[in-house]
Design a binder for this molecule. Structure first.
Ligand code: GLC
Length: 474
């Protein structure tokens, strides 16, 4: 919509009407267009879904969930050479399309993923409904390049949605804006007619996903190349999504901020107040890559999950099933191991709050209210080192320097055993710990504090008593 079609009075009326009228029939020009057209200098009321209160409402379950399963599944899964093979290996489209004549995953594949996710302690799933390759896994009216109209003959998104719901998991759709297959997928950059068609196609596909499967919990956009948010009409895209799914949350990869940030393959807490989710592979590939054996250990995965939860973020951990839909066994085993740990220690992750305590060499931290969970990954038991120097540090003592909150009690989470402790100005020292780690791969000690636990990382350095230079201390 251009500025001419939209006078100031209409704009004010529509913006004001939004709160009472909901989103139905509301059409807002893309904000980018306003800026370019030199719109009147009024602070436009944000749409309902872009307000703090509505975001808080929509995201509550997601914050509590902390742990989700990402699934990269498409024609590339049959190839087993990573989901970028079509582009990186320069596979001609007619040749790549032939995969669609063979792609026919096991009908129970999605159920097995959902069961695995539940066993792992994951609370939601996000599956690729269309990856960069352009192949749609659902029953779309807009292209024949989709699972139901090729060899498979089934709606794989329907199977996935049903499977997730059957296991009590929330449902997310990944959707790649970038498309290597569609004839307009690149020329849309320079050809306005192609852009018109391609944007309509894209919005149409998303509309189908938002209307054909009931309530959807997450829309996970990916790669907006080669267009920017204004060219994609991303404001309008989100507006359509929220009008169809008022409870949904969306990420930030259609060129707009969305509800949460998406650090990829690394853990980086967003600034306080901004939701974030690290997405990560178990090996080094999203889509099935038969040659990639670089699997992370359960210990690494648990520690990553703890780091995310401690920073107030989520961990979206990927599996890359084979073409028949089966998850590679090392990935399934790793997830089950994480799940066994979560079954015992889930209370330290689910519903946890952002924690200001940075990790130490032996532990990292999560927090719920005034409880500090000391997540010990290197148990300070009777290691050879401490046997040789018992006078220096008694065995099985863990000290947390710079804790500025009074500790009231401490216990081993797994056994409930009380842990004696001392606290002075510089640290709290947990004494009398069991000689051996009570749990694996991480043992948790719950420390109840008098207020929100807070570690000042500079406190010890700045406040410890020092000797005068030159004075003997023997
Ligand atoms: C990157 C990759 C893509 C993958 C995604 C997951 O965008 O290009 O293949 O799906 O990361 O976050």
């Amino acid at each position: 919509m251009t500025r001419d079609a939209f006078d100031r009075r209409t704009w004010l009326r529509r913006a004001a009407g939004l709160a009472g009228a909901g989103l139905a029939g509301w059409s807002q020009p893309a904000r980018g267009e306003w800026a370019e057209a030199g719109a009147p200098r009024i602070a436009a009321a944000p749409p309902v879904w872009d307000t703090a209160a509505d975001r808080e409402r929509r995201m509550r379950w997601w914050h509590a969930a902390r742990f989700g399963m990402f699934i990269h599944f498409g024609l590339y899964s049959l190839l087993g050479e990573h989901e970028w093979a079509m582009d990186r290996e320069g596979i001609p489209i007619p040749q790549y399309e032939r995969l669609a004549q063979h792609f026919n995953p096991h009908p129970h594949a999605a159920r097995a993923w959902a069961r695995l996710a539940r066993e792992a302690g994951q609370k939601y799933m996000v599956m690729t409904t269309k990856h960069h390759e352009g192949f749609c896994l659902w029953d779309t009216k807009l292209t024949n390049y989709c699972a139901p109209r090729q060899a498979c003959g089934r709606d794989l998104v329907r199977e996935y949605v049903d499977a997730a719901r059957a296991e009590g998991l929330r449902v997310g759709f990944y959707y790649s804006l970038m498309d290597w297959h569609h004839p307009d997928g690149y020329r849309c950059k320079s050809d306005p007619a192609a852009r018109r068609r391609f944007v309509e196609y894209t919005h149409g596909l998303i509309r189908e996903l938002m209307t054909q499967y009931g309530k959807i919990d997450v829309l996970w956009y990916d790669v907006h190349w080669p267009l920017n948010a204004r060219e994609w009409e991303s404001e309008k895209m989100n507006q359509m999504v929220f009008s169809l799914q008022p409870d949904i949350i969306v990420n930030n990869r259609n060129g707009l901020a969305g509800d949460f940030s998406t650090p990829e393959q690394h853990i980086q807490a967003a600034q306080s107040g901004r939701a974030w989710e690290t997405c990560m592979t178990i090996n080094d590939s999203w889509g099935y890559q038969r040659a990639d054996r670089d699997f992370k250990t359960p210990a690494t995965l648990v520690r990553n999950l703890i780091t995310c939860a401690g920073g107030g973020g989520n961990y979206l951990l990927n599996i890359g099933p084979r073409g028949d839909g089966s998850a590679p066994e090392p990935e399934a085993q790793a997830l089950r191991a994480v799940g066994r740990w979560m079954a015992r220690n889930g209370e330290t992750i689910y519903g946890s709050d952002r924690c200001n305590c940075k990790s130490t060499p032996f532990a990292s931290f999560t927090r719920k209210g005034n409880t500090l969970y000391v997540q010990v990954h290197s148990w300070p038991g009777r290691t050879p080192g401490s046997r040789w120097m018992p006078f220096f540090r008694p065995p099985a003592v863990a000290a947390i320097g710079g804790l500025r909150t009074k500790a009231l009690s401490a216990r081993v989470l797994k056994t409930g055993q009380k842990v004696a402790f001392r606290q002075d100005d510089l640290s709290v020292q947990l004494t009398g710990l069991p000689a051996h780690a009570p749990d694996a791969p991480v043992s948790v000690i719950a420390v109840e504090c008098a207020g929100e636990p807070r570690i000042d990382p500079l406190y010890v350095r700045e406040h410890r008593q020092r000797y005068k230079v030159g004075v003997s201390w023997s």
